[in-house]
Design a protein around this ligand. Structure first.
Ligand code: ATP
Length: 436
């Protein structure tokens, strides 16, 4: 269900509670760039960790990589980005705003409502820079517009180092940059963002099957992290949307308050990328099958997602308002794995030294494994609300009774149910709840 002001509420909460700030805000901000605050940094790390766990550590057929952002400029000639990585740009004839033609709504300028535009022209999205002391054409470099090419150029290195047999994949997370014509919708479309990409290499005859398996695996990943089924859908690209070399592409889309939009694309790319790099570099990039002595270019399935977009979708999906007594509580129902704070330890009476000491001791113990906080700056009702609003999975309250019976009250964020737990069992209890 689309709720018009949901986005405004999420944006306000992100600022208020330290999830996301405008970049360089004190100077008026920089369009298309955002900073993650203390809780946003935790959330985004958790998203990346959950991705890495699912696609690298919990599989037997994918290895990780962390390639440089700066690459040899020939990379981008081979990949086609220098020639073709462009959006069609139009300029409003009335107010001169520059806009992406395919994102115009009903052919109108969003700034002044005018409907006449200049002839569309291609606008290359790569951000250029110069490397070294000379600023001429020989020193031109690009900030990578995708992490994928770092994987393709390392295909032979990884193969030599790991002796992998097909099928196998290489995964990486990293920053990418695009000079988007119209960044917007908060962190959905930015000029600097982080991608989470996999290139999965397989035998040509098996590409169709792996394409389907990766669509399912990636769709399931969002669902397993608690995203609501009704807010996710798969959209297969029409033939005329596909790159000339691609055999198929399916987007995983999320129902944002501004409409269905792409979170991740899964593409069946054939052997285009390795062939291009072999041709441009003059290097051997075939896969050599030791059994059959066959040499061929593997085909590639590419699940390519955006970390910032996934984080934004998890934020929107988690946002709930619930009536409680005469009030409304705002609660971020993050999956416990994603919740920035796993547990908050709260003393019921901050004037009681014994309670404070025990609460701090509990926090010190738990923080070896989980990110926890201690808070004694308000009454308990207010402390609960504060933690609900940032999605803290559990609140652990220490009271006078705790000093005698060595038990604490643990409150579940979603159900608000409270349980008395023995201190000796607390660590295991929290672990079970967080890992569910
Ligand atoms: P769009 O059509 O929205 O511009 P795209 O199809 O060009 O996206 P890809 O090139 O397939 O995007 O990039 C893979 C993923 O990287 C996207 O699914 C998205 O999650 C993320 N991504 C791409 N561009 C941006 C951006 N400008 N800001 C944030 N994330 C982005």
């Amino acid at each position: 269900m689309l709720e018009a002001n949901l986005m405004d509420k999420v944006v306000a909460l992100c600022k208020r509670r330290g999830f996301i700030f405008q970049s360089s805000e004190i100077y008026g901000g920089l369009n298309g760039a955002w900073d993650y605050g203390p809780l946003g940094a935790e959330l985004k790390r958790n998203v990346k960790e959950a991705w890495w766990q699912a696609v690298v550590h919990q599989r037997n057929d994918v290895v990780g990589l962390d390639a440089a952002i700066l690459m040899h400029p020939r990379t981008w000639e081979a990949s086609g980005h220098v020639g073709n990585f462009a959006d069609m740009l139009v300029e409003c004839k009335k107010c001169n705003k520059r806009l992406r033609q395919d994102l115009l709504i009903k052919g109108k300028c969003p700034q002044c409502g005018n409907t006449s535009f200049s002839e569309p022209r291609p606008f290359n999205l790569m951000l250029k820079t110069n490397i070294g002391a000379m600023e001429d054409s020989s020193s031109v470099a690009y900030l990578r517009p995708e992490t994928a090419q770092g994987i393709f150029v390392n295909f032979a290195n990884v193969l030599d180092a790991t002796h992998r047999k097909l099928p196998f994949g290489i995964a990486q997370i990293g920053k990418s940059f695009r000079n988007e014509i119209t960044p917007g919708n908060f962190t959905f479309r930015t000029r600097e963002f982080e991608q989470m990409e996999i290139e999965y290499f397989c035998r040509p005859a098996e590409a169709g099957q792996w394409y389907q398996e990766w669509i399912k695996a990636r769709h399931d990943w969002y669902l397993n992290l608690g995203m609501r089924t009704a807010n996710l859908r798969l959209r297969e690209h029409d033939k005329d949307e596909l790159a000339h070399y691609a055999a198929g592409c399916t987007d995983i889309e999320y129902l944002f308050p501004f409409g269905w939009s792409e979170l991740e694309g899964v593409a069946n790319r054939g052997d285009y990328d390795l062939k291009q790099h072999a041709q441009f570099s003059g290097k051997e990039l075939h896969y050599h099958d030791q059994m059959t002595q066959e040499k061929f270019y593997p085909h590639v399935i590419e699940p390519s997602g955006g970390c910032d977009r996934a984080t934004l979708a998890f934020l929107v999906d988690a946002y709930h308002e619930e009536p409680v007594k005469d009030d409304t509580r705002v609660v971020m129902k993050f999956h416990p794995k994603l919740a920035p704070i796993k547990a908050a330890v709260l003393p019921l009476l901050k004037k009681n030294d014994g309670i404070v000491e025990l609460a701090k001791k509990i926090k010190t113990g738990l923080q070896k494994d989980f990110f926890c906080v201690y808070d004694d700056t308000a009454a308990i009702g207010k402390l609960y609300r504060r933690q609900d609003e940032v999605g803290t999975a559990l609140c652990i309250t220490v009271d006078v009774q705790s000093l005698e019976d060595r038990q604490v009250t643990v409150r579940d964020r979603d159900t608000m149910q409270q349980e008395r737990i023995l201190l000796d069992r607390l660590d295991g209890y929290v672990k079970d709840k967080i890992k569910k």
